[in-house]
Design a protein around this ligand. Structure first.
Ligand SMILES: NC(=O)C1=CN([C@@H]2O[C@H](COP(=O)(O)OP(=O)(O)OC[C@H]3O[C@@H](n4cnc5c(N)ncnc54)[C@H](O)[C@@H]3O)[C@@H](O)[C@H]2O)C=CC1
Ligand SMILES: O=C(O)C(=O)COP(=O)(O)O
Length: 595
């Protein structure tokens, strides 16, 4: 047995929007987002769609094009400038929430939603205003619109760079106050100067490209940026210290994270070239603003141009905003007609997709699974959930489930076999029948951890052609007793095993008994003394009650010894008929399991 390697995803592809794969209705929503490097897909399972239209709360200004898209599918409530209390009150009536940077989607919002909120759409890039941990814990998908405002933000960065260097804002204000100060506003040239781009992602690289066009020497620092991307634009990647020590201009383009918070501070300002000029269109929090005021006053920083602030709006009389050598704009980086239309459409498609269970936009808090992997895994995803559901129903008592072992028999190499989806579905199958928690791909691991449910996985490496991703899945629950003793394996765990046959999940093993029943409808498992007539006896009890038997199979240890009969039924038999089955003399034990 090979141990399970951390799955890696292969061959991300460009999904055609016309062929959006969907999961079976019980599982509902599928989402396949593009990333900025390549399009990938991921899946999230939401509750089955209700007959009513979902409600989408749009809490900040969104372009008409996006609203139109949303209105075709949902009831749209555009309520701008809500107070935090009003947002918390409204959210319990909403299935999705769309925000920009001005709304704090904190834990309280998720808690107030009462489980109804399924998607938060961020109509832009930065998701530092959304509490991702809280979203994940509540099984709420967060999507953003990562590409449509890139150029707008880069153009604003360049606009601020040039405006700062030539004192445009200050000179404008001066003329408007009746002055004509040509000597006061002598600027500095950009050509030949060194620009350090900190954060060489989408916006940073577009800024670098444009700055090179202005004749600047561009260097960049980004611990995660691929060197070939920098090389392709003719930008040298350097260390943080080298970047800040050599730059005449610094432009910030990293996300606000605990690692980038106050990255520019007294210590780092002290390492900069005297007279450096700083542009920030990323997030205010990456600069220690009080330290920046000190650096300006000490002459380390000659000028700064800021579009973003640690607190927005900043205090109007604050030292930084009022500083003569500081140019400010009110978070306008993404505010062009074109970018706003782009993000509105991008986020509307993502949110509608998420609510519908189709291809959607970028997931921020869910693993992404490439489309071809998803399509291939679809029947196994269903199998995984049903095995989890069966296994937990076999536990006497149910809630003491702590240790689950999953074995995947596959001929696929570990890097060609992603189990996150299957694990999430097994978790869903195990947890949902014994609790009121809603489990999906977003919160499966978190929910399992929170409940003390330990799921270990192993891969049983098979010889042969790896054409199908999986031969079988086995789910074992250890350290519990079973209400159906025959479900116990020789080693004392509850054990069920299944495989996919002709695209349909089948139960193929219970304890040490081989069975074969398709996992549709519900199942009755009976252990009996193997003798003729048993199928007929049980079948006629069910028939009398008009319960349709879809499948029957008998797995025995040896002829005329014990056998386990698995009966698939379309409808739930009455208590009376289950009692009659139990009273058939040859039946030693039986259990009814809902799928
Ligand atoms: N002012 C505005 O209206 C707008 C602001 N933004 C902000 O611009 C920033 C960049 O956005 P994108 O380029 O779209 O994101 P991105 O994700 O494409 O790029 C961010 C880059 O920062 C890098 N990075 C992460 N930690 C770093 C660190 N410690 N030091 C240096 N680099 C680091 C990442 O590796 C990545 O390459 C974000 O903060 C975003 O919120 C984006 C659009 C509009
Ligand atoms: O996309 C981003 O990260 C932005 O900062 C844009 O913010 P906005 O949508 O204009 O509030």
């Amino acid at each position: 047995m090979a141990s399970l390697a951390t799955p890696t995803l292969k061959n991300p592809s460009s999904p055609s929007l016309s062929s959006k794969p969907r999961l079976p209705s019980a599982l509902s929503a599928l989402h396949f987002p593009p990333s900025h490097h390549h399009r990938r897909r991921f899946l999230i399972i939401t509750a089955s769609a209700s007959s009513n239209k979902p409600t989408v709360l749009v809490a900040e200004k969104l372009s008409e094009a996006g609203l139109e898209l949303l209105k075709q599918f949902a009831d749209v409530d555009c309520s701008y400038n809500l107070s935090p209390e009003e947002l918390c009150t409204k959210i319990s009536l909403c299935d999705a929430l769309i925000v920009r940077s001005g709304t704090k989607v904190n834990r309280e919002v998720f808690e107030s939603s009462g489980g109804r909120l399924k998607v938060v759409g961020r109509a832009g890039v930065g998701i530092d205003n959304v509490d991702l941990s809280a979203a994940t814990e509540h099984g709420c998908l967060v999507v953003n619109a990562p590409t449509a405002n890139t150029v707008a933000a880069a153009e604003h960065g360049i606009a601020l760079l040039a405006a700062m260097a030539r004192n445009v804002a200050q000179a404008d204000a001066s003329i408007k106050s009746g002055k004509w100060q040509r000597n006061k506003y002598v600027g500095v040239s950009l050509v030949g100067k060194t620009l350090a781009v900190l954060g060489f992602g989408k916006v940073g690289s577009e800024v670098a490209r444009r700055a090179k066009g202005l004749g600047m020497h561009v260097i960049a620092h980004d611990p995660y940026a691929p060197a070939d991307r920098a090389r392709a634009i003719g930008v040298e990647l350097v260390s943080f210290d080298e970047a800040i020590a050599t730059a005449d201009f610094i432009s910030l383009h990293m996300p606000l994270t605990p690692a980038t918070n106050k990255m520019l501070n007294d210590e780092t300002f002290a390492k900069m070239k005297k007279g450096v000029r700083i542009v920030n269109v990323a997030r205010g929090g990456v600069i220690d603003e009080e330290a920046l005021v000190r650096a300006l006053d000490d002459g380390i920083v000659a000028q700064a141009a800021l579009d973003v602030f640690s607190e927005e709006p900043p205090k109007p009389d604050g030292k930084l905003v009022q500083h003569e050598r500081v140019t400010v704009t009110p978070h306008l980086g993404a505010s062009t007609v074109e970018a706003q239309e782009g993000v509105a459409i991008e986020i509307a498609e993502a949110v509608v997709g998420a609510l519908k269970g189709e291809l959607a936009a970028t997931a921020v808090n869910a693993p992404m699974v490439p489309s071809e992997v998803l399509t291939e895994l679809k029947p196994y995803v269903e199998l995984a959930e049903k095995l989890g559901r069966l296994a937990v129903q076999l536990v006497a008592g149910g809630s003491g489930v702590k240790n689950v072992k999953v074995s995947y028999a596959t001929a696929r190499a570990p890097d060609d076999f992603d189990t996150r989806l299957l694990r999430a579905m097994i978790t869903k199958g195990i947890i949902e029948p014994i609790s009121s928690v809603f489990v999906n791909l977003v919160n499966a691991d978190f929910t399992a951890k929170q409940r003390g449910l330990r799921i270990t996985e192993e891969r049983v490496l098979l010889d042969g052609s790896p054409e199908s991703p999986l031969e079988s899945i086995q789910v074992q629950i250890a350290n519990v007793e079973s209400k159906f003793a025959s479900a116990m394996s020789e080693t004392g765990e509850i054990r069920v095993e299944g495989r996919v046959k002709d695209g349909i999940p089948h139960l193929t093993k219970v304890g040490s008994f081989e069975v074969d029943v398709s996992l549709e409808g519900s199942i009755i498992l009976c252990r009996q003394v193997d003798q003729p007539g048993m199928i007929g006896t049980v079948g006629s009890i069910l028939g009398e009650e008009n319960v349709n038997v879809s499948f029957m199979s008998v797995g025995r240890v040896a002829p005329r010894k014990h056998a386990v009969m698995a009966i698939g039924v379309d409808d739930q038999p009455s208590k009376e008929s289950l009692k009659r089955i139990g009273e058939v003399p040859a039946i030693e034990e039986f259990v009814f399991l809902k799928l």
